[in-house]
Structures are given as structure tokens and as C-alpha cells.
Design a protein around this ligand. Structure first.
Ligand SMILES: Cc1cc2nc3c(=O)[nH]c(=O)nc-3n(C[C@H](O)[C@H](O)[C@H](O)COP(=O)(O)OP(=O)(O)OC[C@H]3O[C@@H](n4cnc5c(N)ncnc54)[C@H](O)[C@@H]3O)c2cc1C
Length: 479
């Protein structure tokens, strides 16, 4: 490796989402001159927030959470000193159709996968026969050999083959997988579904814990992360759309919005799949054949219903709602509105394509009625304010075709790399996938300078028991 060869070499990163931020963070450990271009006013990309004149504080477009298995996202937060922006919750709550609350938390001493066994048995909304069949299906899916055996399967077909009842599918499998993989079980692949369960619940006892932001996402990424990266020398160009990149004389020529341009020795495109092809000149596009197929990647919408009420509904910080349109509810407590205080709740509905025909007021009414019944509130609270945000291309769907369509971060042209949650990381459309992609893109740039060490963080270790039961290892092919 030649640090001197890196000194002063310019890197353009296009896209200030988690992928671009992670690539900038990794490369800022080396003596590059780094320029990060972001079309919008603020960094964070899909993990962003907005302002509304009736609300003094920023509003996250949609609630984001990470899990304990998101080691690269958490590593990024550690390195940028963002850990205090997140709260770690070890207890989840499931609320059944009758409004009964079923807490779910792992043992603090039993190894994975036993750490969740008694919490699972306490989920009384699943009948005993369903629980037994779910356990048998988890046992069948866990060994790495299952990947080969069922590689062609869609998850719903696999579940039916494993004798899962419709109740078990909707109350157990769907609840976890639809929000993680962004599509109905009839569309998602067995292998992506297996990864969620193995990495999130079966390998390590910390993996299922969730990290919830304490402050608006924009403050986390646009303010705090940007400040730390700025201190490391990263230069930000906000509200600067990159129109096109071309390649001349071993340099990347980057043309921006108002007609300006600059040349860089290295270039990372960290924009979403549906915006990637148009960034590149024809010559560069020909060097990345998979860009021709990105329109085959299916997008999936997520809706978030924001409610400000005149009285509180619950003391729970968040809950998973079963057998309802509302999937997750997050309780943000009292918040200042223009001239009053409201209790702020955010309800997340993943794979929300079926809501397309429903009017916003109707959806708000339905969601509020579901919350009132779930939390047994005697009198419906008064709605002080409401907002519905639907991101049509929120995430990509983890269909069986997806892995074939995802490009690697490195390209055949040294100094040119792709990043973004949609590139080949093995992960679904998540902040963790985005951060991994940024780190892998940084690794591709570093290889040009003879640096071949990984910059990615290690996964959580697999427990000895999970290794013995199923032959899982720290680097088996499900990762
Ligand atoms: C509603 C919703 C809920 C979600 N919930 C979760 C969750 O709970 N947990 C989780 O882990 N993940 C969640 N995700 C997914 C997560 O937000 C994404 O996977 C991740 O943020 C993607 O990061 P990225 O950097 O790959 O892409 P993006 O965040 O899309 O960033 C790309 C950036 O590139 C910029 N850009 C595009 N074109 C140009 C150009 N030509 N010039 C300059 N800039 C450009 C864009 O403005 C954008 O800021 C959710 C996503 C949505 C939408």
C-alpha cells in the first residue's frame, strides 16, 4: 500500500445517503481529498426528515430502526460518535387482535438460539400446534444446506410446504419479513427470508435488539455525522445535483447542476438503483453491464401515518400490531405543536401498495381506530394534526431474481465504484445494507492503491450452540 500515492488524490462521491456517508467515512481514514455531492438540502437520503411550519421540531419522513446484527451501521455510528443518538431496546411488545400485550425479550444469559425460546413460547396469540410447526420450520431453514435445497423457492410456497397455517404466516412470518424485505411473502425469496431469521434471531443473542433514534434523523446524519466528517476533511456540496460523469485521460469528469464541472481520480456513485443509469456517460455505462437491468429491480412503498393527539394512548415506547393494517407504532411522547402540545405517534405500514386507492383521511381514521382498540383507550382522543407520508420507491423487494440483478461495488475500471443499498451486499434494503455498500465501494477504491485490507466491521459471532446445532459458522454462505 502506498499512502503517498493516495495523498491529494480526489474522490467524488455522489449521494449523501448512508452509503455515501459510509464511503466518505472509510476513505477519510486515508489521505484522499474527498468531495461528497448531494442533490437535496440535507444528508441522510431516505433516512431523512422534513420541516413543517406547524411543528417546531423536524419530523422524520418515516421511523427508522436498526438491529443488533447491523454491525456496520453501528460501527459507523461508533466512529462518527453517533451512538448516543440511538437508544437500544431489548424488549418488544406484540399486541393481538383483542388488545392483549405480549412482551418479547431475550434471556440475558442463555446462548442463541435458546435466548428467545421462552419469549417465543409466551406469544399466546400463536397456538401451541402453530408454535411447534414454526419451530420445526426454523429448524429446517437454519442449516446453510437449506440455501441450496430451497434456492428457487418463494417464501410463501416454502411456508406452505412446511405446513404453516395462515395464522402462523400472518402473525409470525409476515410480521417479521414484510418490514424487513419490503414485499409480500408470495414475492420474497426463501434465501433472503432465511437471512433475516438466521442473522436476526438464531446466531447471536444481541442480534434481535433494536436501536431507535432519540433525535430526528436529519440531526443525526446531516448535522452530527457531517460535522465529524467535516473535521476529517470531507467537503460537502449540498443542493448540487450531479448530471453526468464521463471518463477522459484517466480521470472522471463530473458535471453538476448549474453547469460547473470538476475532475477526479476516483468516483463513487451512491444513488438509488432507479437513478443510477442516467449518471453515467455511454462509455462508462458499457463498463457496468448490470446497469442495463436495474429497471427489473422491484420497488416497494412504505407509508407512515403521523398522528398528534390531545391525550396519550399508551406508555409503551413501541409495539407491533397483529391482524391489523397498522404494523408498527412508535410512541414519541409529548411534542410541541404551533400553539399546543400533542402526543405524537408514528405508525409504519410496509409494502403498502394495497393502500394506494385509499384516501388519506380514511387511512388516518382507520389507523386511529386501530390504535384506540389496541390500547383499550376508553374515549377516542382528539386529532390535533395528521400527516401521511408514502415513499413509493422506499425499498427494493427481495425477490428471488434480485441477487442476479445486483452489481458488485467494484468495476473493471480502477477508481470507479458503485454504492447504495441495492448493490451486492447480501443484505436487504436497509441502513446496514447501505453502509456495507459504502464500505465495499471504499475497499474497491483502495485496491487501486494497493490497499487490500477490509474496512468493513465483523458480523456478530455465531454462538457455539448455533454452530453445533446447524453447522452455522461466522462466514457461511448466508452472509
Ligand atoms: C419509508 C422508509 C422506511 C425505512 N425504514 C427502515 C428501517 O427502519 N431500518 C432500516 O435499516 N432501513 C429502513 N429503510 C431503508 C433505508 O432508509 C435505506 O436502505 C437506506 O437509507 C439507503 O441508503 P442509500 O445511501 O443506499 O440511498 P439513499 O438514502 O436513497 O441516498 C441516495 C442519495 O443520493 C442522492 N442523489 C440521487 N441522485 C443524485 C444526483 N444525481 N446528484 C447528487 N445526489 C443525488 C439522493 O438525494 C439521496 O440523498 C427505510 C426506507 C424508507 C424509504
Amino acid at each position: 500500500m502506498d499512502m503517498n500515492a493516495m495523498r491529494g488524490q480526489r474522490v467524488a462521491i455522489v449521494g449523501g445517503g448512508l452509503a455515501g456517508i459510509a464511503a466518505a467515512e472509510a476513505l477519510s481514514r486515508f489521505p484522499f481529498e474527498i468531495h461528497l455531492f448531494e442533490a437535496k438540502r440535507s444528508l441522510g437520503g431516505r433516512a431523512g426528515a422534513y420541516r413543517d411550519s406547524d411543528h417546531p421540531s423536524l419530523i422524520d419522513r418515516c421511523q427508522h430502526v436498526a438491529m443488533g446484527c447491523c454491525t456496520n451501521f453501528l460501527g459507523l455510528c461508533e466512529r462518527l460518535d453517533l451512538k448516543s443518538c440511538f437508544r437500544r431496546d431489548t424488549k418488544l411488545h406484540f399486541i393481538d387482535r383483542e388488545g392483549r400485550v405480549h412482551p418479547f425479550s431475550g434471556s440475558s444469559w442463555l446462548p442463541a438460539p435458546l435466548h428467545l425460546a421462552s419469549a417465543f413460547r409466551r406469544q399466546k396469540y400463536l397456538s401451541r400446534p402453530d408454535q411447534k410447526r414454526i419451530a420445526a420450520a426454523l429448524w429446517e431453514m437454519a442449516p446453510p444446506s437449506a440455501l441450496k435445497k430451497y434456492h428457487n423457492y418463494k417464501m410463501y410456497d416454502w411456508l406452505k410446504e412446511q405446513f404453516q397455517s395462515e395464522e402462523a404466516i400472518s402473525r409470525f412470518w409476515e410480521i417479521v419479513l414484510v418490514s424487513a424485505l419490503g414485499a409480500p411473502l408470495s414475492e420474497v425469496s426463501f434465501s433472503a427470508s432465511r437471512k433475516v431469521f438466521v442473522d436476526g434471531f438464531l446466531r447471536n443473542r444481541q442480534a434481535y435488539q433494536i436501536y431507535v433514534p432519540r433525535i430526528p434523523l436529519q440531526d443525526v446524519f446531516d448535522v452530527q455525522a457531517a460535522q465529524r466528517l467535516g473535521e476529517k476533511g470531507v467537503q460537502f456540496h449540498r443542493q448540487t445535483t450531479v448530471r453526468q460523469v464521463a471518463y477522459f485521460n484517466s480521470r472522471f469528469n463530473v458535471r453538476v447542476g448549474q453547469g460547473g464541472e470538476g475532475t477526479y481520480e476516483n468516483f463513487i456513485a451512491a444513488v438509488p438503483w432507479h437513478q443510477s443509469p442516467k449518471l453515467f456517460s455511454t462509455v462508462l455505462k458499457n463498463l457496468i453491464p448490470k446497469l442495463d437491468n436495474v429497471d427489473e429491480i422491484d420497488s416497494s412503498p412504505i407509508s407512515s401515518v403521523h398522528l398528534w393527539l390531545d391525550s396519550p394512548l399508551t406508555k409503551l415506547p413501541h409495539a407491533v400490531l397483529l391482524d391489523r393494517t397498522s404494523q408498527w407504532v412508535f410512541n414519541h411522547g409529548p411534542r410541541q405543536l404551533k400553539d399546543t402540545t400533542g402526543y405524537y405517534y408514528q405508525v409504519v405500514i410496509s409494502a403498502s401498495q394495497d393502500l394506494a386507492g385509499i384516501k388519506q383521511e380514511e387511512l388516518v381514521r382507520k389507523v386511529l381506530a386501530e390504535l384506540v382498540s389496541a390500547f383499550h383507550v376508553p374515549q377516542s382522543p382528539y386529532l390535533l394534526d395528521q400527516q401521511v407520508v408514502t415513499e413509493k420507491q422506499a425499498v427494493f423487494s427481495a425477490t428471488p431474481d434480485l441477487e442476479r440483478l445486483r452489481p458488485s461495488q467494484g468495476t473493471i475500471l480502477p477508481g470507479l465504484a458503485l454504492a447504495g443499498d441495492w448493490t451486492k451486499t447480501g443484505w436487504p434494503s436497509t441502513m446496514e445494507g447501505a453502509v456495507r455498500s459504502g464500505y465495499l465501494a471504499a475497499e474497491a477504491i483502495l485496491r487501486k492503491y494497493g490497499y487490500h485490507q477490509p474496512v468493513m466491521d465483523a458480523d456478530l459471532p455465531t454462538s457455539l450452540l448455533s454452530k453445533m446445532l446447524w453447522g452455522l459458522s461466522n462466514n457461511d454462505d448466508s452472509r
